[in-house]
Design a protein around this ligand. Structure first.
Ligand code: FAD
Length: 303
């Protein structure tokens, strides 16, 4: 795990986060941008953008690269990782990610459109921290010698399954449904060779347990199956909503971060910009909100 200390931490590297980074770094403040590893900016989908001022048409990936280069040119630093926990109520803010601990004096949250509640697995939110985990490196050693379920199929998820296995955890792998099953074939075969049970046709219906995870219920082509497990590791996008709520941030009725017209959240020194606020839901509005959030963060640091 790496430790970082910065003036302004910007979580998210889409147009909102990068625009905030341009303003923060250009002002001379130490600026760190946390780039999510599992969830990418919506701009990276590579769609054609015809409504960003100054360009008749531009590929969204190209625009993203320009934002990034500009932020980097002004001295913003970038680090990869997914936010797992936030401590935001004191004057110094602390953020734990899958790979690092970060201390900051002000934080801009720019994590994009919230992960829809109905895409969460039943039991996931209730048992988060009680056997539900998003981080193999952080929590894997707690389950050495015990049976756990692991869910996910992206290359990063496969890597995390191996980390659990190498930590001595008895991992049961539920890959879910990848877009390209052929691409996963080699990993599935390798897992089976190393004695990792794979539940290829299953989806997790529920994560169950009283106070802690005790089992996962699977939907398979042969019907429902119960799998005893002391933990359930979920290796896909981390739903930020529950993390924000746990850290004392106020959400609105759409599960978006509640802000005032200066992009201030209810917590001192914490600002939010872009789709995470369900604002304009456009690149230009995300960039504009990022600018305001950074200017407000700079004003907060001057106090
Ligand atoms: C198919 C499609 C077409 C679109 N077309 C247009 C269009 O034509 N014009 C237009 O203006 N807009 C369009 N949009 C909308 C536009 O892409 C978004 O409004 C914009 O990308 C929002 O920017 P953002 O910075 O708020 O979030 P995003 O661009 O989504 O970036 C979010 C960032 O947060 C990071 N992140 C997420 N979770 C975590 C975490 N736990 N820890 C750390 N980092 C995290 C991600 O890695 C990412 O870097 C389109 C969107 C889609 C999906």
């Amino acid at each position: 795990m790496q430790n970082y200390s910065t003036d302004i931490l910007i979580i998210g590297s889409g147009p909102a986060g990068l625009s905030a980074a341009i303003y923060a770094a250009r002002s001379g403040k130490k600026t760190l941008v946390l780039e999510g590893a599992r969830a990418a900016s919506r701009l990276s989908l590579g769609y054609e953008l015809e409504n960003y001022p100054g360009f008749i048409s531009i590929n969204s990936n190209d625009l993203l690269a320009r934002f990034r280069d500009q932020a980097r040119n002004f001295g913003a630093e970038f680090v990869k990782g997914d936010t797992l926990a936030l401590s935001l109520t004191m004057s110094h803010k602390y953020v734990s990610t899958t790979d690092s601990f970060i201390e900051a004096r002000a934080v801009v949250l720019a994590t994009g459109k919230p992960f829809a509640k109905n895409r969460q697995i039943p039991g996931e939110e209730r048992l988060l921290g009680y056997g539900v985990s998003y981080c193999a490196v952080c929590d894997g050693p707690l389950y050495k010698g015990r049976d756990v379920a692991a869910y996910g199929h992206t290359p990063e998820a496969v890597e995390d399954v191996w980390i659990l296995h190498q930590t001595g955890v008895r991992v049961h792998w539920i890959p879910g449904k990848p877009k390209d099953p052929a691409a996963l074939e080699k990993d599935l075969t390798k897992a089976e060779k190393f004695g990792i049970p794979v539940y290829g046709d299953a989806e997790i219906k529920e994560i169950a347990g009283d106070k802690n995870v005790e089992r996962v219920v699977l939907n398979t082509s042969a019907g429902e199956q119960s799998l005893d497990a002391a933990a359930c590791f979920i290796f896909r996008e981390v739903p930020t909503g529950p993390l924000f709520e746990k850290s004392g941030l106020v959400m609105d009725h759409k599960q978006c971060l509640a802000i005032d017209r200066f992009q201030r959240t209810n917590l001192e020194g914490v600002f939010a910009a872009g789709d995470v606020t369900c604002g304009g839901l456009q690149v230009v509005s995300a960039a504009g909100e990022g600018c305001v959030a950074a200017l407000q963060a700079l004003a907060y640091l001057r106090k």
